[in-house]
Design a protein around this ligand. Structure first.
Ligand SMILES: *Cc1c(COP(=O)(O)O)cnc(C)c1O
Length: 434
């Protein structure tokens, strides 16, 4: 793309980027949180927009020279709102974790209580883990899945909420294979007078395509990443649906006017937790949201789910235990305990065979988080390359081959060659370093 200059000036970095592009092109990328952004998105990311300071919002900046980036950010916000049917959007969070930090800053005071999805059951670090600022700053309590079903039981969540009386309830996960009942969550939140926040970092693309339940009408705020199923640049996004009534009670210091929900969250992002926005990221988000508004995006997301269901069925047929028995979205969680292999060993062996997955805790895991009993597998990235059910069933068989011969270098090499041949049939980007 623009790498000829880079190749001349800094061959060391250039060569490493080439190698990484090649790794992406010839390996099976099955990490559930990864995807391949389009060339158009990558071009926007590698643009002059990175040079611009634009603290503030369109029309209200702390820097001059913002006439073009203002239009770009407005485009990104309008497209995000259209895509999700939102009343308000902030496209500046640098990442998913940053979007979440802005929500915490505005919705909760230090020491207040959070009720979130247990990390070891599929939740995320930013939902109250003791090693994350959320768990250090707030008093975190958790709900989790049922041992027998691998699914949430809303009566149990209600009981927990009555007991804890949280200021905020969070929904959203990194390894939950079933959809959420937002209406039930809202009913629980209303009963205990809690704010309700959905973090759809993993499923935003599926939600945009209307293939999963819509959290916008039921929650007070929704956050997401833009680089997982949504297939945009690495970044974050905050949305507010039709709950525009202000119950936070923050007042504008000069005018005495009660601020609306969106304004409050805007100030949570900047100046609350961030400095200048990454305008190259905002530009790339505008491009990605534009792509997501096209009819092909919905077809892509449908295929993501079809592929996940086909692959999950293939694993079940080979005697693997899937948490919750299968999947309704883009990922599956395999409990490897009946196969006599840990998540750590599985991840390493598959890596040798150019298959990238991540080890993952399964609910009620008996291993440590560094070892784990499971692996998480997702279909978004390889679906972007055009692969369909037969290719995913084939990859499931190759994964089984590696896991059943985890120590065999010969198996690793044969499978790596088979993966390479498969990838060659579905080229990622045209070559010469993009
Ligand atoms: C990935 C993820 C995040 C964090 O996103 P980053 O961009 O890595 O900061 C937050 N919440 C959930 C549920 C996630 O899956």
């Amino acid at each position: 793309m623009i790498n000829n200059r880079l190749a001349q000036q800094d061959p060391e970095v250039y060569t490493l980027i080439e190698k990484e592009t090649e790794r992406q092109n010839f390996g099976a990328e099955l990490i559930a949180s990864e995807n391949f952004a389009s060339r158009a998105v990558i071009e926007a990311l590698g643009s002059t927009l990175t040079n611009k300071y634009a603290e503030g919002l369109p029309g209200k900046r702390y820097y001059g020279g913002c006439k073009h980036v203002d239009v770009i950010e407005d485009l990104a916000r309008d497209r995000a709102k259209e895509l999700f049917g939102a009343e308000w959007a902030n496209v500046q969070p640098h990442s998913g974790a940053q979007a979440n930090a802005a929500v915490y800053l505005k919705f909760m005071k230090p020491g207040e209580k959070l009720l979130g999805f247990d990390l070891s059951h599929g939740g995320h670090l930013t939902h109250g883990s003791p090693v994350n600022f959320s768990g250090m700053t707030y008093e975190a309590h958790f709900y989790g899945v049922e041992k027998e079903t691998g699914r949430l039981d809303y009566n149990k969540i209600r009981e927990k909420a009555r007991e804890v009386k949280p200021k905020m309830i969070s929904i959203g996960a990194s390894a939950y294979t079933r959809d959420f009942d937002y209406e039930a969550f809202r009913d629980i939140a209303d009963e205990v007078d809690a704010l309700l926040w959905m973090d759809m970092a993993h499923t935003a693309g599926l939600i945009a395509a209307k293939l999963l339940n819509d959290p916008l009408p039921w929650t007070h705020v929704v956050t997401t990443t833009t680089h997982k199923t949504l297939r945009g640049p690495r970044g974050g996004l905050i949305l507010v649906g039709r709950n525009t009534e202000n119950t936070l009670g923050e007042v504008a210091p000069k005018s005495g006017r009660v601020k609306n929900w969106g304004e409050i969250l805007d100030s949570g992002v900047f100046p609350g937790i961030q400095g200048g926005p990454l305008m190259h990221g905002v530009g790339a988000k505008a491009v990605a949201f534009g792509e997501a508004l096209q009819p092909e995006f919905k077809e892509y997301q449908k295929q993501v789910i079809k592929n996940a269901k086909a692959m999950a069925a293939a694993f079940v047929e080979m005697g693997y235990n899937l948490v919750s028995g299968g999947t309704d979205n883009h990922l599956m969680l395999i409990d490897l305990r009946n196969k006599g292999i840990t998540g750590k060993t599985a991840e390493q062996a598959l890596g040798q065979a150019e298959i990238t997955v991540n080890k993952n805790m399964v609910p009620f895991d008996t291993e440590s988080p560094f070892v784990t009993s499971g692996i998480r597998i997702g279909t978004p990235a390889m679906t972007t390359r055009g692969m369909k059910e037969p290719e995913f069933e084939y990859m499931a068989k190759l994964i089984d081959k590696v896991l059943m011969n985890a120590e065999s270098e010969e198996t690793h090499n044969t499978v790596a060659a088979e993966i390479r041949a498969l990838c060659e049939r579905f080229p990622l980007y045209d070559f010469a370093a993009l």
